[in-house]
Design a protein around this ligand. Structure first.
Ligand SMILES: Cc1cc2nc3c(=O)[nH]c(=O)nc-3n(C[C@H](O)[C@H](O)[C@H](O)COP(=O)(O)OP(=O)(O)OC[C@H]3O[C@@H](n4cnc5c(N)ncnc54)[C@H](O)[C@@H]3O)c2cc1C
Length: 508
């Protein structure tokens, strides 16, 4: 066996390992776990990341872990043989391919256990119009392989809710470690704000429980410090809420002709409702298609969200938006504001993104950096120049409104620093596996142009760490701001040899 030289970069070159070493790893795993090597039938689907842009990075081996002990064995083995080890908790949604490796991939998707513990006494119940929320109703502990969608039955069957993101296949692990924005975060905080404890396997094989009163520095870093920086998390415990009654839901859309009034009005509403934790908004412009005509015909602007309160109040908040557009659009949008159960809202607000290839650039906007008419007009113009692709997801931008409980947390209280802001913006493009290399290159080029058109002077200082952009130069400041130096100190304490490493990893 070789002494560990520390890990190569997450996507870097791995060292050759002897067949005996691989056998030893397989023998150390629990009966529920499996080691896959290239050539095994189970290997290809687990090796392939959700973002096929990074499909060419093949792990030397994959451990489908079933227990915390498997994770520990795999990490200790990887260190001993000199391979990097990289966790992947879902299908591997990371935008920059940071859950790929040529070393050992730790696939956590078999760790799907979900258990709930009702709260003892401290719950507060509060009515917000037609919906009653029991705050602090209990805790739910989920295995590292649990996805957003796996939590849905809890809401459907028992009214138990943890705020997560939009896409059912995104892993709770990557989501919570980088923050976690969605359609309930102004009301209940980010996913990371609901975290009360997490089990972490460190690079030296120690298994620790991080919580407010146990490994507090690590617990601080896990709430926004992003995945694969400090250790491999095998479970997360969240405080949950319990719901009774209905919420207000809306989905509004317009032709691109209305982009200026819609974007200006919606941003103003977001600003006016920054402290109103009941109102949630995702604003978008986008298109899809392959030909110029399709791209033009499909281009549009939309607003989507929910409201924890009476429907007439929601209609009053949305009134300036409902007055925009053609008579047909206004009639359609008015009827698209309705009351639904929280479980229905969760389904209606979720979006299953087709796999294949995509890229994003993000920006965090505050009241001084909201988009003005000139920026919106430039973005709409560039949208029509999008090169097109066979991916139905298309291209455009999405803006998630912030405020409420998110902004009540001081920016140094957790590693997630974006606490005085109004929107997280993602400019995105996608293309299909069968699109030509020219189409792929044109899409990437377009994304940079589109982003530059949005921010012609200088891009906003901050960017969301869960939408990583491998080309971002000042990522330390952009993702973590004033919290970066403390993150580096936590990294040195818990992973002093920099075993968990990738190009935008803490301390790299
Ligand atoms: C289609 C789509 C929709 C999205 N929607 C939202 C949204 O609504 N809200 C939002 O906030 N974000 C959203 N995101 C971004 C998402 O939060 C990040 O991509 C997140 O990192 C994905 O986590 P994952 O576990 O699914 O991915 P992975 O690629 O498995 O992991 C992401 C990172 O975390 C590391 N990691 C994974 N598991 C562990 C673990 N157990 N321990 C330590 N490190 C680990 C990985 O190595 C990698 O660096 C979306 C992304 C996509 C592709």
């Amino acid at each position: 066996m070789k002494a560990s030289p520390g890990a190569a970069a997450a996507t870097g070159t791995a060292e050759p390992v002897s067949p005996r070493d691989w056998k030893r790893l397989a023998a150390s795993l629990s009966p529920g776990a499996t080691l896959y090597r290239p050539g095994n039938p189970g290997y290809p689907p687990l090796a392939l990341p959700f973002n096929h842009r990074y499909a060419g990075i093949h792990p030397a081996g994959i451990v489908a872990c079933a227990t915390t002990r498997d994770v520990r064995e795999a990490i200790c083995w990887a260190r001993a043989v000199g391979l990097p080890a990289v966790p992947r908790s879902s299908l591997g949604h990371n935008y920059a391919g940071y859950s790929t490796t040529t070393g050992l991939l730790l696939n956590m998707s078999r760790m799907k256990k979900i258990s709930t513990v009702p709260g003892r006494g401290a719950a507060r119940s509060r009515a917000y119009g037609p919906i009653k929320v029991v705050h602090g109703a209990g805790t739910v502990t989920v295995g590292a392989g649990v996805t957003n969608g796996d939590l849905h039955p809890l809401l459907e069957d028992q009214g138990i809710f943890v705020p997560t993101g939009r896409c059912p296949s995104v892993g709770v692990a990557g989501l919570v470690l980088g923050g976690g924005i969605g359609f309930s975060d102004k009301m209940f905080g980010l996913t990371c704000d609901r975290l009360v404890a997490t089990t972490v396997v460190l690079a030296d094989g120690r298994v620790v429980e991080a919580a407010e009163d146990s490994e507090p520095d690590l617990f601080w870093a896990c709430r926004g410090g992003a995945g694969n920086n400090f250790g491999v998390h095998t479970s997360f415990t969240f405080q949950y809420e319990r719901f009774q009654g209905d919420v207000g839901f809306y989905r509004l859309s317009w032709n691109l002709d209305s982009v200026l009034p819609v974007m200006a009005t919606a941003q103003r509403i977001a600003q006016e409702t920054e402290d109103d934790k009941r109102f949630h908004l995702r604003l978008g412009i986008g298109t899809h298609g392959r030909t110029r005509d399709q791209i033009r015909a499909n281009a549009g602007v939309n607003a989507l969200g929910q409201y924890y309160g009476p429907l007439d109040e929601l209609r009053a908040v949305l009134a300036p938006l409902l007055a925009i557009g053609t008579p047909e659009e206004r009639a359609r949008n008015c009827s698209a504001v309705r009351e639904v159960t929280p479980a229905e809202a969760s389904t209606l607000l979720s979006a299953t993104t087709p796999v294949e290839k995509f890229a994003a650039k993000s920006a965090v906007l505050n009241s001084r950096t909201l988009l003005d008419d000139r920026q919106v007009a430039a973005a709409a113009e560039r949208l029509l120049d999008w090169p097109g692709s066979g991916n139905p997801e298309g291209a455009g931008l999405a803006m998630f409104a912030l405020g409420g409980e998110i902004n009540r947390v001081p920016r140094r209280a957790t590693a997630f620093v974006h606490r005085d802001d109004l929107f997280i913006l993602a400019a995105e493009t996608s293309w299909a596996d069968y699109d030509s290399p020219e189409v792929a290159a044109a899409n990437v080029h377009w994304l940079h142009d589109f982003y530059d058109a949005l921010f012609p002077a200088a891009p906003p200082e901050h960017s969301y760490q869960n939408f990583p952009d491998p080309k971002l130069r000042d990522w330390r400041e952009a993702y973590y701001g004033v919290n970066y130096p403390r993150l580096v100190r936590v990294k040195r304490k818990y992973d002093p040899t920099d075993f968990f490493r990738y190009p935008q990893g803490i301390g790299s």
